[in-house]
Design a protein around this ligand. Structure first.
Ligand SMILES: [Zn+2]
Length: 157
């Protein structure tokens, strides 16, 4: 049978065509999204306003690239040695993750750190790997104490 005469195949082609159109629309919207920081830089008059919105975008709007936020709103680069200065300017973020020992919100200093906590195998500076294979998400204070504990246990063993 000629596939072109088959109704199911015609339907399949219609679906693929629509998916292609939606992909194109999505791509256009994503490009528009990356232009928002530039638009905001014009709209926001003071440095403080730009910094407030840069913080908001960085922590709450992961779809907006950090490079755009830094470049357009703060006039900074995030490449190489400039990354640290950008992160210090943006400031830390109290994540939704609670410390396994004291229950306070675990503070993240970069999107990467926050991302590293998600998923079945959390990793990064906020994750503590104890003796015996335990894995805990800890705040900075508890992480520090847990490391000391681990170290002194190892020494006395
Ligand atoms: Zn803690």
């Amino acid at each position: 049978m000629n596939p072109r005469q088959c109704q199911g195949v015609q339907e399949l082609n219609q679906i693929l065509l629509k998916m292609g159109e939606l992909d194109g629309a999505m791509l256009a919207l994503k490009q528009q999204l990356q232009g928002i920081p530039k638009r905001l830089a014009v709209e926001l008059k003071t440095e403080q306003e730009r910094l407030d919105i840069a913080r908001y975008l960085y922590w709450q709007m992961p779809d907006v690239h950090a490079e755009q936020i830094a470049g357009e709103l703060l006039g900074m680069s995030i490449r190489g040695i400039h990354r640290q200065a950008f992160l210090e300017k943006i400031g830390p973020f109290a994540s939704e993750f609670l410390c396994a020992r004291c229950g306070t919100n675990v503070v993240c200093r970069s999107r990467q750190e926050l991302e590293d906590l998600h998923g079945p195998r959390p990793r990064g500076d906020n994750v503590f790997f104890g003796n015996g294979g335990t894995v805990e998400i800890l705040c900075e204070t508890c992480h520090h104490l847990a490391r000391q504990e681990k170290f002194s246990n190892r020494r006395s063993a």
